[in-house]
Design a protein around this ligand. Structure first.
Ligand code: ZN
Ligand code: ZN
Length: 74
């Protein structure tokens, strides 16, 4: 598969990832890799606490979806 962003500007780059939101194929120049923290709920008597686990959940996004998710006020 060819990177969609590169293809729009007439270039051809081998895609190495797919955006999980829009499904766009992305080369390594255009992908955005995010790591989301994973939380575990702990019940501590009546109180519920959250603890961040050591391993994070990686995901690939394109630039547009990354901007949309991280826009101010979102
Ligand atoms: Zn590209
Ligand atoms: Zn996307």
């Amino acid at each position: 598969m060819v990177c969609y962003v590169c293809a729009q500007s007439g270039e051809r780059s081998e895609a190495v990832a797919i955006c999980i939101i829009c499904g766009m194929a992305l080369c390594k120049e255009h992908l955005v890799r995010e790591e989301l923290p994973v939380w575990e709920k702990l019940h501590d008597g009546l109180v519920e606490r959250r603890q961040e686990l050591p391993a994070r959940l990686p995901r690939f996004l394109c630039g547009d979806c990354h901007r949309a998710l991280h826009q101010p006020g979102a």
